[in-house]
Design a binder for this molecule. Sequence first.
Ligand code: SF4
Ligand code: SF4
Length: 512
Amino acid sequence: MISRLFRFRGGIKPASHKAESSAAPIRPAPLPRRLVVPLIQGSRGSARTIVTAGDKVLKGQCIGEAEGAGGTAIHAPASGTVLEIGRYPMAHPSGLESLAIVIEPDGEDRWIATEPLDPASASREDLILRIQASGIVGMGGATFPSHVKLGKGDGISTLLINGAECEPWITCDDRLMRERAVDVVTGARILRQLSGARRIVVGIEDNKPEAIAAMTAAVRESGAGDIDIVPVPTRYPAGGEKQLIRVLTGIEVPASKIASDFGVQCFNVGTAHAVCRALVHGEAMISRIVTVTGNVERPGNYEVALGTPVSHLLEFCGVKAGTSRILMGGPMMGFTLPSTEAPVTKGSNCIIAASPALFPPAPPEQPCIRCGSCASACPVGLHPFELYWLSRAKRFDDASKYRLFDCIECGCCAYVCPGHIPLVDYFRFAKSEIRALGEEQKAASQARTRFESRVARLAREKAEKAARLAAKVAETRAGLAAGDAALIAAAAERAKAQPAVADNDTSPTDPT
Ligand code: SF4
Ligand code: SF4
């Protein structure tokens, strides 16, 4: 049992805006005319396509195998026909395209035969392989492959299930816990078995009393009091993995370490639910709950087939006039979608239609007055104003020394800044510049290595050629010498064989 809670440093309490979407039950979103399923769905690895244009596929059928140990499989979200494999815009701030499998649903929604796997009798290896083959990644937004995170299954004492959902506007986890608590609890127990943990603690922000009640009831009704359902104070970013670990266990995981170094593993409630569906019901990950909210006629939570274009979902929810941009994720850590043709993926937890009325434009940026509010709000213990000056001055080495890469881009510093400085934008810019510089240096170093190898190869080939030539010359000379000697010897033999003209000449002399 959790006997006391701890505080994480910093944090803020923004307006929650949860009520706008949390009231209605989860509803299914209609299938679009075409599903665009990217081969890259997570933060690590990708899938390798195993279908071609014209193939008929069933709902839940594997269409992309996991590529490499970190890859995760992808599946057809509906039965239909593969139209093409082409490049489509990604749900990413860059707006870059990635390879995707395009499926035209046939409207029949026919499932492939499902094969449940009993966690009580299957081996750990088989269960992990099934999780990978079912395409399960972290559903909290990080999309880290779950089979990789589960590791070797030792050294873990506490399994944390993250139901905090701290970011404003997002309510998909809240509704999932309210409506599908039994599956979440079942998935949590499977994850405990696979991680080797002794206890399970579920952390839920105390602004979700219905979810807390539903999860508590699901544990009680299963007849085992083996899971602690713990309400945690509502404070952003309590749902950050390290912040939740701090609140529930008191452990402060340094930026350079990961939770499992301290015997803790953390999974989102959505991931626990997906694990249950994959093993107990044999269903691959083909859909997710998405909160659609903001300036729309019908805000709420929708069960959306992966690959559904955001534009289709927005049309279904009725985007109102005055919408100026579309956010994917929450307002603190999300991003503006460059194209609404981007599809819903495994990490798409929320779509917000933003209008100037709901999200007024930020006032003009003012100079930093070094008030220190940003440092007080930072949950990681950074000095955002220092990072701001260094990023602005493009002193990237110094920014790295000031732990720029420990920044989780939570936005707390920018939220409290009286100068309305878009601090996170500066940090993202500095990080991308440092990464680009690193890539350039890597490319330059690879080019130098290639050049030096080429020079060395040419020198070696030249030396080998010279050696071969010298050997040939020597051989020829030796041959000639041998030939000459033979010729001379032969001539000598011939000479010897001829009669001596002077000594034995018996021809008659001229008498005249
Ligand atoms: S909160 Fe804004 S003004 Fe204050 S120190 Fe930080 S960056 Fe400067
Ligand atoms: S965005 Fe980065 S620097 Fe700002 S509060 Fe969050 S972690 Fe700290």
